[in-house]
Design a protein around this ligand. Structure first.
Ligand SMILES: C[S@@+](CC[C@H](N)C(=O)[O-])C[C@H]1O[C@@H](n2cnc3c(N)ncnc32)[C@H](O)[C@@H]1O
Length: 198
């Protein structure tokens, strides 16, 4: 059954695991993308499946604009209440062509991030193709997801590699980035970073 993300919105930021995940995602991102360099101050980021904007919050001070999109109205409302000046929120499904056609926001991104989203999508491979479209040449895509064992459904290193290849994204790094501990059990998180072909 599909997750009802609206129900999670109000307490999302109070969850230590969720905040730890966002901190680790950011820490792993800066290893592969030089987003803290001054040259990024004029650049644009798309935060896909932004939730309450825990990653947007960390990225926004470093760039010109962040567009944060999520299908959950309640998640977007929490992010809106944070009133981050250079974050524009959109509550919509990016897979719906009507949302993108003629949309001025759907272009010229230097980085698209998807933190703990792709593993929940009904068709990750198709949505990745959509997310690659508005990237500038040489722009980055980065995703983080629970890592599934190789022989089980879910997000694996090989699945990410195949998906990148299918949409002409050049892999920069695909592998375990960190893990989150729940009641003594470690849940590994896989990170995939790729670049739009120049
Ligand atoms: C596990 S939460 C992660 C939220 C946020 N990225 C974070 O790390 O805190 C997954 C989010 O993805 C969003 N989501 C799921 N499917 C989506 C879709 N097709 N388009 C946009 N957002 C989606 C959900 O509404 C939810 O806010």
């Amino acid at each position: 059954m599909a997750e009802n993300w609206d129900e999670h919105a109000i307490n999302w930021d109070r969850d230590d695991h969720v905040r730890f995940y966002a901190d680790q995602a950011f820490a792993s991102l800066i290893v592969h993308v030089n987003i803290q360099d001054d040259e990024w101050r004029t650049r644009r980021i798309l935060d896909f499946g932004c939730g309450t904007g825990l990653l947007s919050e960390r990225l926004a001070p470093l760039v010109a604009d962040v567009v944060a999109i999520d299908t959950s109205q309640s998640m977007i409302e929490v992010l809106d209440r944070k009133e981050i000046g250079n974050v524009t929120t959109i509550c919509a499904d990016i897979d719906d062509p009507a949302v993108r056609i003629d949309a001025t926001w759907f272009s010229e991104f230097d980085l698209v991030v998807a933190s703990s989203v792709c593993g929940f999508l009904p068709d990750y491979e198709a949505t990745l193709g959509v997310l690659a479209q508005p990237l500038n040449e040489g722009g980055f895509f980065a995703q983080w997801d629970w890592l599934a064992p190789d022989d089980e459904p879910g997000m694996t290193v090989s699945r990410i590699a195949h998906a990148f290849d299918a949409v002409d994204l050049i892999p920069v790094h695909i592998g375990q980035a960190f893990s989150v501990t729940f009641d003594g059990d470690e849940m590994p998180v896989v990170m995939g970073v790729a670049r739009h072909r120049r």
